[in-house]
Design a binder for this molecule. Structure first.
Ligand code: XMP
Length: 326
């Protein structure tokens, strides 16, 4: 039987009971497969890697080594949440790598979007490899591959930073959710006790905020991006839109316009809000955000985010505009 093919009679995991049955079975299988060996996992804090981490912690505890690389392009609060949930609450064997300077130094003055992506991906593999070499006795590499990755891209985790890792190390793979769809992975994550904002997280690109700080990334503009994104997410959550709107974020482009404050002219960046609905990201429509909410977000961004004097709402559907700006 092809282990990468979902059996036709496999029931869709939609309830806590079905999730528990899956978890129990996987814990048993994982223990059999892994024995007393050690497993390495790149834990980004995204849904798939978080669920795989929680499942493996349940099965083998500290035999799992989770490596969280903070590349400086994560959203506000994300690295802290990974440390809190996995390091503190779940007692994981967690290696936190502060690689912020390394990534931002490599990205300085690079304005080509594909070059930026390549640098982020290559640097990630390098940092992860260095951490792997510090560990002794690793036999397996766990990955958050899910069924759409297998269907769409021959088993390579689509759009994922860590694609290419297994070949490099020669580790055996552990992929406990590879036959599951995203909604099933979420039900399992919920059942494993992961927080809602981790389990129902909106899609977030591997290169993170790097593709939303357009052109050559600077630390001050990246900060304006992170802060404005945090305000948008906070206000959407308060308005009950979290988990309802498919993807929403801000973009800070690398150009400025004039503004005025206390009778002085300012030369500052705009923040662009993007909020779209989609099924599979191949096309997207624009969320009709209530005007009062937009107004509140605009006012908060203008008064709270340094270096910003203008806020725009991107009304362009996909096609012709892509969801991300670069
Ligand atoms: P676009 O911008 O092509 O995005 O309409 C479609 C979906 O893919 C995400 N995206 C990425 N995800 N690495 C990723 O992991 C990337 O380089 C990347 N570029 C776009 C985007 O957020 C949207 O959900």
């Amino acid at each position: 039987m092809d282990s990468n093919k979902r059996p036709e009679n496999m029931k869709r995991i939609t309830t806590p009971e079905l999730a528990n049955a899956f978890i129990d079975e996987q814990v048993k299988l994982l223990r059999e497969q892994i024995g007393s060996n050690k497993v390495l996992l790149a834990l980004s804090g995204g849904v798939d890697s978080s669920v795989v981490a929680a499942l493996l912690i349940k099965a083998i505890g500290t035999q799992l080594v989770c490596v969280h690389v903070n590349h400086g392009l994560l959203r506000k609060g994300e690295p802290e949440q990974v440390v809190d949930v996995f390091g503190k609450q779940l007692n994981a064997n967690l290696v936190y790598v502060d690689a912020v300077d390394r990534f931002l130094d490599k990205l300085a003055n690079v304005d080509d979007p594909e070059k930026k992506r390549k640098i982020i991906g290559a640097e990630f593999i390098e940092v992860f490899e260095e951490e792997a070499q510090k560990q002794e006795g690793i036999k397996f590499l766990a990955q958050g591959t899910i069924y759409p990755d297998i269907l769409e891209s021959d088993g390579v985790k689509a759009h994922h930073n860590v694609g290419g890792l297994p070949e490099k190390f020669g580790f055996e793979l552990v992929e406990p959710v590879k036959l599951l769809y995203k909604d099933e992975v979420r039900v399992i994550g919920k059942q494993l006790g992961l927080p809602d904002n981790m389990v129902y997280r909106q899609p977030f690109p591997g290169p993170g905020l790097g593709v939303r700080c357009t052109g050559a990334i600077t630390r001050d503009r990246l900060e304006a991006l992170r802060e404005s994104d945090a305000i948008l997410r906070e206000e959407f959550a308060l308005a009950g839109l979290e988990g309802k709107v498919w993807q929403y974020f801000t973009v800070v482009p690398d150009y400025k316009s004039t503004g005025i404050k206390d009778n002085k002219r300012l030369w500052d960046w705009p923040v662009i809000i993007r909020a779209v609905n989609s099924v599979d990201a191949t096309s997207a429509t624009i969320e009709e955000v209530p005007y009062a909410l937009l107004n509140k977000i605009v006012n908060r961004i203008l008064s709270e985010v340094k270096g910003v004097n203008r806020v725009l709402y991107d009304l362009s559907p996909k096609p012709i505009a892509t969801i991300e700006w670069e």
